[in-house]
Design a protein around this ligand. Sequence first.
Ligand code: UGA
Length: 449
Amino acid sequence: MYKYKVSILGTGFIGLCSAACFAKKDIKVIASTHNKKKADLINSGKAPFYEENLQEFMDDIKQNKPELLTCILDPVQAVIDTDISMITQGTPMREDKSINLGFIESTAREIGEALKKKDGYHLVVVRSTVVPGTTRNLVGKIITEISGKEPGKDFGLCMQPEFLAEGRSIEDTLHPDRIVIGEFDKKSGDMLQEFYEYFYGDHLKNCPILRMNLESAELVKYGNNCLLSTKISFANEFANFAELVPNVDVVQVMKGVGLDYRINPRFLGAGVGFGGSCFHKDVNAIKAWAKSKGYTSRLLEAVLAINDDQAIHIVDIAEELVGKLAGKKVTLLGLSFKPGTDDMREAPSIRVVNELIKRGITDITGYDPKAKETAKEVFGDKIKYADSIEEALKDSECAFLITEWDEFKKLTPDDFKKNMKTPNLIDGRRIYDYDLFNKELNFRAIGRR
Ligand code: UGA
């Protein structure tokens, strides 16, 4: 009845956004999670987290074809009832910063249990970010041990890295710039390619499909996130160079660099540094993996160190401008790791708050249009939470722009002057017109002196 039946094992950003996009295209999706509350929400057509356009997609599916997307608490059954299973579990960072493959391992066991009971060929696709060797030596081996089935004969095995960014998950899922298929054997890769030919149709005219072995595909994903992180740290290194010379502006410098057709201007934005659930986790994971094989990555060590130093640096800039901040009210505009999300994972605001507290600053107020509740989980009562920009700036003696939400971009020098006790502003994302703000306020910005 359905051309494809797919089980999605893991209902985070990748899992649920793929599930919703597939279901919209008449693919029967059975998602699975061990979290009953999440399953109930999905089955009632509600997105369990905020992601642009996801709720609209889920509304449409619920209204028109609810049977196409269901979520159950039994992953074994989900695999048994489908032909393709995608592992979309998280691979968090351990205490020692290496990768935690615990969720991947338990999902592989569940697939093994299912395949033991299931007849016919089944394709298993790892879409989580995993260090090289995981798909073959962990996932493939566990499934074989438990099910007694052979990869390449009884089941297919692929690794398809995912490149979607939070806030763009649906858009990125629908319009990828390439599809990377790591394959155990040709038959596995052919089956996944046919699935995507069906799902994407005409879009594939502009979207190359790259076929390679499992380990190369696993490494492509790290290549991506490490290069993007490196570009940001490179821009921040040049921001520090720019600050050594009066009136050199890193924004202009990076624009000049980025227009080289071999480079491109994206991810050359200097500022208070990168955050989020992926860059720190993945750069650390591949660095730890290389170390375990006897190779020390000096490049990635520098990328992380430069990034994390930006939070110290922005506080240095503030104290240069204002003098010691202890005893003064300071304001953080933006707390989430980037605009468009309430996600606080590895957010630069956390490093800035830690640095402020280390320097004895206790009167810290944060304002974020979306992340108030998630920030509370991180900071507790270490900071105060304002409900508006005005409240955040009231009586403040120094404001830090940390996340470039649109509502902060609209602020004028007057907004700071009329609300703050003394209008000192540090632009940690380079969103303000330097000359205008510098004329009107006590103003500093990362990457320009
Ligand atoms: C990132 C990648 O962009 C995705 O391709 C990848 O699939 C995803 O990780 C993942 O591995 O799951 P994401 O973490 O959602 O996506 O967010 P980005 O938009 O990449 O931003 C990450 C951080 O870099 C943010 O804190 C942002 O403020 C910072 N950034 C970005 C800069 O500091 N400067 C820039 O020029 C660009």
